[in-house]
Design a protein around this ligand. Structure first.
Ligand code: HEC
Length: 318
């Protein structure tokens, strides 16, 4: 028996719809669910079997019904089937959107005048066009009232709002993206993993001049409270990033270290504070006092807010 549309097409479409829905609803992180959870492969396989079974059953039901019909009914059935499929509703809507008269009815709308045999049809404007025109009028009135009479908002304000929103997004992004730390946003890292990473960097790049315990050699002592270029995480980060004074030997490390790595090694350097190196170099520079921490008579609220910026220089004070 002839079928106008291949049965396997339905199976394929349904199968991929199920597959798509499954991927959409199962939260499987970066990987597709079908790889993350192998059980879903089994699930899809069962679905496929079911779909094939349903298609086979439907076909045999159709066959049986066909065989049990009278000759006449069989012919009617076949001719109905071969007629194919037509989207009646869509067709009707399409016609009504055009609003034009069928050719047979043109006699009703032909105009009286006749220019050398050329005559004119009084066709109506297509409804889709007319309604769109009305819609623009309504929109125009609403727009005029809202923006020119009530002065709701203008482009400048819109621009400012968008810039402000984008600024917030940038700040949020910077907070979460580690490698975007800079001298303004860097904070002292206290996680063991960060300090260990900092230690590893220090041991490969810095011990030659600062010694493994920070006691100093070519470079100054990093374990004492005296700093040439300023203590505290921000200054130390800045020194590592930009280097020391010209000709002293401390290069700018921003070329070879990522911002996150500089934050790690800066935090590690500050962990020397309060320790006593084996061969400490004499103190150079001034004793660093964190301006945020120096005032003991700070109002409580302010104290709390600065307490977030943990700084190992405060270890000595506590
Ligand atoms: C070639 C030798 C050398 C190497 C390698 C070196 N430094 Fe230095 N470092 C110095 C010198 C010299 C100074 C003093 C700079 C000055 O006086 O301007 C210094 C200063 C510093 C300071 C500031 C100290 C203060 O008292 O203000 C810090 C922090 C620092 N180094 C950290 C590091 C780190 C971290 C590394 C490894 C990534 C490193 N240094 C690698 C030679 C070195």
């Amino acid at each position: 028996m002839k079928n106008t549309r291949p049965w396997w097409l339905y199976i394929l479409i349904t199968f991929f719809v199920v597959f798509g829905l499954m991927e959409y609803f199962i939260d499987s992180g970066d990987k597709p669910a079908i790889i993350e959870y192998p059980i879903t492969q089994f699930f899809l396989f069962v679905i496929l079997l079911l779909l094939i079974a349903v298609a086979l059953i439907l076909q045999s039901v159709e066959n049986i019904t066909f065989l049990s019909m009278s000759k006449e009914a069989q012919e009617r059935y076949l001719s109905a089937k071969s007629k194919g499929w037509e989207w009646k509703w869509g067709n009707r809507v399409y016609q009504s959107l055009l609003g034009s008269k069928p050719v047979e009815a043109e006699g009703e709308i032909i105009l009286d005048h006749n220019y050398d045999g050329i005559r004119e049809l009084d066709n109506k404007l297509p409804p889709w066009w007319v309604y769109m025109f009305y819609a623009t009028i309504i929109f125009g009135v609403a727009y005029l009232v809202r923006f020119h009479i009530m002065n709701d908002y203008d482009q400048d304000l819109e621009y400012e709002q968008e810039v402000a929103a984008a600024q917030l997004e940038i700040e949020e992004y910077k907070r979460t993206a580690k490698d975007l730390v800079d001298v303004n946003t860097v904070v002292l890292l206290t996680d063991a993993s960060d300090l260990n990473a900092g230690k590893a960097i220090f041991e490969t790049s810095c011990v030659a001049c600062h010694m493994a315990d920070g006691g100093g050699g070519i470079g100054p002592n990093l374990a004492d409270a005296n700093w040439i270029l300023g203590g505290g995480i921000k200054n130390v980060f800045n020194t590592i990033s930009e280097g020391g004074r010209d000709g002293k030997g401390m290069v700018a490390w921003k070329q070879s270290l990522k911002p996150a790595e500089m934050a790690q090694v800066a935090s590690y350097v500050l962990s020397f504070q309060g320790t006593t190196p084996a061969n400490p170099k004499a103190a150079e520079g001034d004793v660093w006092v964190d301006p945020d921490k120096s005032e003991t008579e700070m109002p409580k609220a302010e104290k709390d807010s600065t307490a977030v910026v943990t700084d190992s220089t405060s270890v000595a004070l506590n």
